[in-house]
Every structure is written in structure tokens, then in C-alpha cells.
Design a protein around this ligand. Structure first.
Ligand SMILES: [Zn+2]
Length: 83
């Protein structure tokens, strides 16, 4: 399984607003179902505040959910309320 981000490493256009303002952040992330993933690395647009998870972030979320015993199918509902 690869861990390389599909988003690459350069400046990233935001899929929501198109601004090159995507930054990688690492902080606690509250998911819609109330699960808090601590110190999750993910991407956020500093312009419109949209939050995105790349493959490594999804892996981290899945790993954390398994650790705390949440069923994998809840991943289908993944959206974030990260601020
Ligand atoms: Zn944006």
C-alpha cells in the first residue's frame, strides 16, 4: 500500500474555491459522528476553510477508528467539521 499523497507536495488549488491556498495542518479533527481524531494530518484551504483528507489521512482515520472500535462502514460518512 502506498502512502504518497495524491495531492503532491507543491502549492495546491482548492477543489472548492480554486485558490492556491491549501495547507497541510495537523490538529485534532472532529468527524461528523463525533469521533475526535487527535493530531490528524490533513489539508485545509486557508481561503474557504474547506477540509480535505488525502490517502494517508484516510488511513490514519481508519486506523484510529479501528483502535477505538468503530465499524469501518462509518468511513462512508466521512466528512469533517474541522475548523
Ligand atoms: Zn478553498
Amino acid at each position: 500500500m502506498h502512502r504518497k499523497s495524491p495531492l503532491g507536495t507543491g502549492p495546491l488549488p482548492c477543489p472548492e474555491c480554486g485558490q492556491i491556498t491549501m495547507i497541510q495542518v495537523k490538529k485534532d479533527c472532529t468527524l461528523l459522528d463525533g469521533v475526535i481524531v487527535p493530531n490528524l494530518e490533513h489539508w485545509q484551504c486557508s481561503s474557504c476553510k474547506a477540509v480535505f483528507f488525502d490517502v494517508p489521512a484516510m488511513d490514519d482515520i481508519e486506523e484510529y477508528r479501528m483502535k477505538i472500535g468503530i465499524k469501518k462502514d462509518t468511513l462512508l460518512k466521512l466528512k469533517s467539521t474541522c475548523k
